[in-house]
Design a protein around this ligand. Sequence first.
Ligand code: COI
Length: 354
Amino acid sequence: MAYEIKVNKIPQSRIAQLDQKNIQFGRLYADHMLVAHYEDGVWGSPEIVPFENISLSPATTFMHYGQAIFEGVKAYRNAEGGVQIFRPESNWKRMNKSAERMGMPDLPEELFVEGMRKLIEVDAAWVPTEPGCSLYIRPFMIATDEFVGVRPATKFTFMIITSPAAAYYSKPVSIYVQDEFVRAFPGGIGMTKAAGNYGACMYPAQQIQKMGYDQILWTDGFEHKYVQEIGTMNVFFVIGDKVITPDLNAGTILAGVTRDSVITLLKEKGVTVEERPISIDEIEAAYKNGSLKEAFGTGTAASVAPIGKLTFHTDVMQLRPVEEWETMNWIKTTLDDIRYGRKADNHNWVLKVC
Ligand code: COI
């Protein structure tokens, strides 16, 4: 089905509010947003309208039962001054996996990818020109039945909003290995970008932030032995000359688009990448014998973020200076070169907008 995307432009752009030297993640939103509604088994045509508050009944389903999913994508200013989006089809596929698990409707590719392309074209001026910056794109879907009875909803709204972004973490992150609370079990929703996955992590996050840590590294729910993901990022360890990252087989870890890009590029370079269960004991042993060279997180918002310190119980693993990290620095530069159009896009990852 071909959608006609109506565009209703804001009378006066708010772009003057954008201070490119002082961008804070998720604080300022671009002029427009995309909205589409699902009812009676079909998606209506999307509309691009001025970014504004929306009005919803207090009985709206997602507010009560959490049928809500989202994605994170980024648009970059390329070397010619144009704008390009990184791997939107991969996010579209993942959104539909989340939708299926959450009893929500499939989104047609055209609605997601072409809708996003058109929105970014309309708000291209909001894609920062400052080095290392981008426009963060947040597609999301919510269940909008006005009904507090518990049943899968029948009405849904899909929206895309965007926000200028700089580096998510300004310094190496300090991570606390969690072995009390659990993020996900096999058969649950750990592999989805369901809003509730993030909500359930807030209390444990508050606890470790009070202790001075940035984020949690989750362990598996059965033994609290195998590391999983960080919640905002997938995790990689460089041990000896191998790169190791937890595999996705149990369905408890998000299949990160950045994770996949990192694995693909490292393998092409000839680096051995192992996707397999990795225990905290193995990481500690590698730290103690000096073979734990690097540890980093990957995600759309965070990009590639070095882990400066990793704490398990009272054991503090302090990693060597990031400047010496060959693998992470190579992958970060290589990925950025592709995202910002400084290097050939041999994988067809980039969607040119304008
Ligand atoms: C992303 O990297 O896009 C995320 O979803 C992480 C976080 C901002 C929720």
